[in-house]
Ligand binder design. Structure first.
Ligand SMILES: [Ca+2]
Length: 119
């Protein structure tokens, strides 16, 4: 199954999310952590459309020094996170994906739906 191998590839954790996120929540608290997630989204998005696209992801991960991510891993991230099928990630899709990539957070019982930022 393509989806499973995609998630397996992502769970090799190229960005270090698994170690990083639960300790961030502990340190910052959920609200502040969600702001940091939003900042991350802003760093990665294409500002002209307000979405994370393949191009913006590739460009900005390189800028952030994450250029060890291969194109197919970027495609995986987008495919895994894209819930409405438009080929790009909006803020909610990005946050939801980040939570799914962080089993440590999920084990604390947090569901993405509980943490939606109402703005
Ligand atoms: Ca989408």
């Amino acid at each position: 199954m393509e989806t499973i191998s995609c998630m397996e590839a992502l769970h090799e954790d190229p960005l270090g999310f698994e170690d990083y996120f639960p300790s961030m929540v502990d340190t910052l608290g959920v609200e502040r952590f969600m702001e940091e997630l939003y900042n991350g989204f802003c760093l990665l998005m294409d500002v002209s459309v307000g979405l994370i696209t393949f191009e913006s992801l590739k460009r900005n991960t390189t800028l952030m020094g994450l250029n060890e991510l291969r194109d197919d891993e970027l495609v995986c991230m987008l495919a895994e996170g894209d819930l409405d099928g438009d080929g790009a990630l909006n803020q909610m899709e990005f946050c939801s994906l980040m939570f799914r990539l962080s089993p440590g957070l999920m084990m604390e019982g947090s569901q993405p739906g509980d943490l939606r930022v109402s703005s």
